[in-house]
Each structure stands twice: as C-alpha cells, then as structure tokens.
Design a protein around this ligand. Structure first.
Ligand code: ZN
Length: 185
C-alpha cells in the first residue's frame, strides 16, 4: 500500500529512529509499503520517518538511474548494483571513506528542491535485512550518496543541514513556504 510522504515542516522528520528489535509482520508490511511509495514517487531512497514512523528502517533502489553509476560489494563480493536492488536496511551503521565530492541531491520530503551536497565518495554500511541476518555493504558513487542521505534521515538529519549556508539562504523562502504548507495541513 502506498503511503503519503511526510513533507518538510513535520516534526517526525527530526526524530531519531528507534532500533528495530524484531522483524515481525508489521515491519515487513512497513518495508513493503515504503518500497511501493518510493517507486511510485521515482525516488532512490526512503526512510521510515518519511512515512511517519521514527524507526531505523530505510529502503533504496538506484537501478533506474542510468547516468550516475554506483559500485556495490555485498558481504565482500562485488555485485551489479542493479540486480541487488531494492535494498531494505534495518538498524544501519555507516562509515564514510575517501574524499568528499559535491553532487546534486533531492529529497521526496522537499518537492522540487535540489542542491549540491558534499558527501563521501564511498561508504561501508552494516545492517540487518528482513530475514534478520546482518550483512555488509561497500558502496561508491550514487549508492554511497543515497546511503548517506537515508542514514541521516534515520537520525533526524535532513539534506538542508548539509547544504552550504549560501545554498540554504537562496532556498530560504521556498523552505519557509513548504514548512508553512505542511504545518497548515
Ligand atoms: Zn530525503
């Protein structure tokens, strides 16, 4: 079932997600809803906060993006990122590696707003899957960027917090308007 996406201005986007302690029917249903919601919105990632649940749960899918490559190793084995998608991550822990690069980012909670954000080129993420097993991801490129963006969401951090002050200032009236629209609902 597709769920409404929570927009900027809603307090839940600032909530740190609680750890998922058991993979039960409710968590599986939430993950399925999040995948459906993300795909319907043509997003590459969605965090639980964005559908109104403050939990350490995120879904990602970069397989439809042709012009921004990714690499992926799953538990040490290099795989084609497209065939490994979508990813469902519970309780992810991220480590950043290498140089920081600017790149364009958007967010489904900020319709029509994009900005250049500095992110680490590669990351290592340890997470649990819906089968309850731990696995490790090593990613670079777009997938590494998306993982950093989503793990930020799980901790109540938004991409506007990572923008340069100049970029944020130039968006300030649009951000205020969006916040007001959300709070008037
Ligand atoms: Zn986002």
């Amino acid at each position: 079932m597709k769920r409404p996406i929570v927009k900027y201005g809603a307090p839940i986007l600032r909530a740190k997600g609680r750890a998922v302690t058991a993979v039960n029917e409710q968590i599986r249903a939430l993950a399925a809803d999040m995948l459906e919601t993300m795909h319907a919105a043509n997003g590459v990632g969605l965090a639980a906060q964005q559908v109104g649940e403050a939990l350490q749960l995120t879904v990602l899918d970069v397989s439809e993006v042709e012009d921004r490559p990714s690499t992926l190793k799953l538990s040490g084995i290099e795989v084609d990122p497209r065939v490994a998608m979508p990813l469902v991550l519970l309780n992810p822990e991220i480590r950043l590696h290498g140089e920081t690069l600017p790149g364009t980012e958007g967010c489904l909670s900020f319709p029509e707003i994009t900005a250049e954000i500095d992110r680490a080129f590669s990351v290592t993420v340890k997470a649990e899957g819906l089968d309850g097993e731990f696995f490790q991801i090593e990613a670079s490129g777009l997938l590494a960027r998306a993982l950093q963006h989503e793990v930020d969401h799980l901790n109540g951090i938004l991409f506007i917090d990572r923008m340069s002050s100049v970029a944020k200032a130039s968006l300030s009236s649009r951000l205020k308007r969006l916040q007001k629209e959300t709070q008037q609902r």
